[in-house]
Ligand binder design. Structure first.
Ligand code: P6P
Length: 335
């Protein structure tokens, strides 16, 4: 009836987080406020993106090259600044670590009061910005242990089971926010007319098997033989079809909903692969594991990897249990 529709419209993200915590203790309030800030960042980025083709200064490159040696897109910089601006006002976060910044950004006003750290990839898949295809932001929230007075953020160099919240924002035909605080995975859709993320699906469960494998086969000859054997296998069987968008938030969201597997393997030259652990593979692994799926480097679970440095990379095989196991069977049998 009408009241159900009204109740759904009132299930905003901040309310849902409090429901999840089943408490109004300080940390529950903090998490609700933190997720609200993530939602605000998502709204600001989505709004900017929707104007990309309509105003100057949104599309294209800044002309700089970032610490990864990649040319910086204006959208990357804008989105990175949005997260800093939004969390400056939060009073909760003291430190932000991002793909776009060589060192963490410390918010002086909040430190040492802010006891949380935000780790994020402000725009993942930015090569899709100028061609109006889907993009994502990835976020991970950790407690800050100690005061990090030397600015080395060594307390961040622990495994992904220390995340207290993680998720992503998918800027697609609609803008969706998917998150977990360790009590399942839940998705919200932005209602621009309300300016609110409204609950779409609660306790999402990833299918145990799906028909999609998602990988950039252009790297085929850079992979170890075991990956090439896996690709020959999926080519032969009728069980799999290929989907790859160039933005892993979209590809992994498809895997979360429909099942299947996303891979970004290491290569012989770069065995660690391209993706970053702390703000890409670990938060995505937390979400997919919470939905009943798996995420591994091929040898160890992503959530058990202890990084030696902030921008550490890991290979990634993530998705449905059966499909991840299939990839592992090729790697572990050393085909
Ligand atoms: P390649 C985007 O830069 C990204 O980090 C992921 O979103 C995406 O899946 C991958 O890299 C694309 O990389 O090497 O396949 O072009």
């Amino acid at each position: 009836g009408g009241d159900r529709a009204l109740d759904r419209d009132c299930t905003t993200l901040s309310r849902h987080v409090l429901q999840q915590c089943q408490s109004f203790a300080a940390e529950a309030q903090d998490l609700s406020a933190l997720m609200n800030r993530i939602a605000l960042a998502g709204k600001l980025i989505a709004r900017h993106m929707s104007h990309a083709g309509l105003m100057e200064g949104v599309l294209g490159f800044t002309g700089d090259v970032n610490v990864q040696g990649e040319s910086v897109k204006k959208m990357d910089v804008y989105a990175n600044d949005v997260f800093i601006a939004v969390f400056k006002q939060s009073g909760l976060v003291c430190r932000l670590a991002s793909e776009e910044m060589d060192k963490p950004y410390y918010i002086p006003e909040n430190c040492p009061i802010g006891r949380y750290t935000l780790l994020y990839d402000p725009i993942d898949g930015s090569s899709n910005t100028d061609i109006n295809l889907s993009l994502g932001s990835i976020f991970s929230i950790r407690r800050q242990e100690g005061d990090d007075t030397d600015g080395k953020a060594l307390d961040l160099l622990t495994n992904g089971r220390n995340q207290i919240a993680a998720g992503y924002i998918l800027y697609g035909p609609s803008t969706m926010l998917v998150y977990t605080i360790g009590k399942g995975v839940h998705s919200f859709t932005l209602d621009p007319s309300l300016g609110e993320f409204i609950l779409t699906e609660e306790n999402i469960r990833i299918p145990n098997h799906g028909a999609v494998y998602s990988v950039n086969e252009g790297n085929f000859w850079q992979w170890e033989e075991s990956y090439r054997e896996y690709i020959r296998y999926v080519h032969r069987t009728e069980d799999y079809t290929a989907r790859y968008s160039g933005a892993m938030v979209s590809d992994i969201h498809r895997v979360l909903i429909q099942g299947g597997v996303f891979l970004y393997p290491g290569t012989i030259q770069k065995p660690e692969g391209k993706l970053r652990l702390l703000y890409e593979t670990a938060p995505l692994a937390y979400v997919i594991e919470q939905a009943g799926g798996r995420a591994t480097t091929g040898l160890v679970d992503i959530l058990d990897v202890v990084p030696k440095k902030l921008h550490q990379r890991t290979p990634l095989i993530i998705g449905s249990r059966e499909d991840v196991a299939k990839v592992e069977s090729f790697i572990q049998n050393g085909h």
